[in-house]
Design a protein around this ligand. Structure first.
Ligand SMILES: C[S@@+](CC[C@H](N)C(=O)[O-])C[C@H]1O[C@@H](n2cnc3c(N)ncnc32)[C@H](O)[C@@H]1O
Length: 290
């Protein structure tokens, strides 16, 4: 076996420590977690196995060491981890993501909980407006196989990812539709049980704090006009058109937008309520159509 020294950059622990340091310098929020996940990705193993290999000072091949270093440099420049690994984990599914599609966030998993609560037992119809990677639509389709799901997406850059994920998940009750959320699914007017959306809601003049968001999430997924709520107004109008009486709406929004979103819901809505996410921030509003 080739002799290895403690500073050998091909030793997994040495390479890992170098990438952790680099990510820390780049201001990456969880440098060790991300470095371990990148090492795991390069080696094609679980994060636990990557940790174990580093712990015993295993040797990386020249190609593995070079690839790990390259991905470390890109993550240090704040390219999203999920773009580097090509995968975003969301509830029970692994979604393919990359340039052109919004990376689904853990807090949106809570939005799905609200959808599941609003859906009737036995059967139903749900529409996900601005489905992006398909995270919400495909999760609901898998977790409620008795429900018919339509995911609507307008972006030609996002749609190939949506379609790829729909094919991988293979839920026969999910359909992806290309189009604008404002006039989506006319054939289901007045018959839908739940409309869900995580629309763009960042005010146009605001610059997102995280470089990953600002530089890599598509602008069409982020910005929503002067107050950020133009797409939300269209979502509410579409929900009023699609929902049956008593049908539910569940939308994600910025933590300071709960009151403004409730104010958008006029006299046709009841039970409007804003709910906190796992970190206590108001991120979801639900309501029912009269
Ligand atoms: C914040 S992302 C959410 C994506 C996904 N639903 C999620 O939660 O991860 C908003 C999505 O809405 C799409 N979108 C924006 N405006 C739209 C419109 N007018 N019609 C349809 N989709 C739209 C964007 O392309 C983007 O995929």
């Amino acid at each position: 076996m080739e002799a290895m020294h403690a500073s050998d950059p091909r030793r997994a622990d040495v390479a890992l420590a170098a990438v952790v340091d680099h990510l820390r310098l780049g201001g990456v929020p969880q440098p060790r977690v991300d470095a371990e996940l990148l090492l795991a990705h390069v080696l094609g193993v679980s994060r636990g196995r990557a940790q174990a290999l580093a712990l015993v000072g295993s040797s990386l091949s020249v190609a593995e060491a070079a690839r790990f270093r390259e991905l470390g440099l890109r993550r240090g420049a704040r390219e999203p981890l999920q773009h580097l690994t090509g995968v975003a984990h969301f509830r029970r599914i692994d979604l393919a993501v990359g340039p052109g599609v919004f990376v689904p966030r853990p807090e949106t998993e809570v939005l799905v909980e609200h959808v599941l609560r609003l859906l009737p037992a036995g059967a139903g119809r749900i529409v996900d407006l601005g489905t992006g990677s398909g995270a919400i639509a495909l999760s609901v389709a898998l977790e409620r196989p008795d429900v018919e799901v339509v995911g609507v997406e307008r972006s030609p850059d996002a749609l190939p990812w949506t379609r790829r994920n729909a094919a991988t998940v293979g839920a026969p009750n999910a359909r992806i539709v290309e189009g604008d959320l404002a006039d989506a699914v006319p054939e289901w007017e007045g018959s839908v049980d739940v409309v869900v959306s995580n629309p763009p809601y960042v005010p146009d003049g605001m610059v997102p704090r995280d470089p990953e968001v600002d530089r890599f999430d598509p602008a069409v997924a982020l910005y929503g006009g002067a107050d950020g709520l133009d797409p939300m107004r269209a979502v509410v109008a579409t929900a009023e058109r699609l929902l049956r009486p008593g049908g539910g709406l569940a939308v994600e929004h910025g933590e300071l937008q709960g009151e403004a979103v409730r104010a958008l819901l006029g006299h046709r809505w009841v039970e409007a309520a804003t709910h906190p996410d796992l970190t206590g921030r108001d991120r979801v509003t639900t309501a029912r159509l009269r």
